[in-house]
Ligand binder design. Sequence first.
Ligand SMILES: [Zn+2]
Length: 183
Amino acid sequence: MKPVSTRLYALLGILAFATYVWAILYFLPTPVPKEPTYEQGPHLASREIPTNEFDELITEIKNDIGLPNIKVVVRVGPYFQERNLIAAIILVYQPTYYIVLDEKFLKELSPEEKNATIAHEMGHILFGSGSNFDRRERATTEMLADIFAARYVDQKHVSSLLDKAYSGYMIRKQRLEILAQGQ
Ligand SMILES: [Zn+2]
């Protein structure tokens, strides 16, 4: 059996080491948070839009869909089109809905087309966005959101928005036809 003093020194050594580790961790400067990446969430890798031009429209739509108390934040993000995403998305991080717009794309839009974009994304609150694995279901929700948007903005602006957003996109033509029928 070891003498008591050896065990005491061992214990003191462990304590000293623990204190040392604690002190290092305590006094280390807090790491500066890195800019969030797109992969961590497009709503993080974006900034709040410096305008209230959509507030009225969003309030109107929230009331119309019977969800007056939800929080909808519009943000402008990096270039989604470069990531094969389309011009705008809506993300739900309860209790907040984030509409994230592609900054570059937004510059190409008229005020009416911007409103059509917001209304379309708000339509997704009502109709969902469909399953990632079911193309037809996704297409259906897109068409419903288009028709929904046309309740708030003249259909021609929704069509021209689609023209700009979905050039080359396979269901674009179908969406435009359905939109025209919905009128
Ligand atoms: Zn959509």
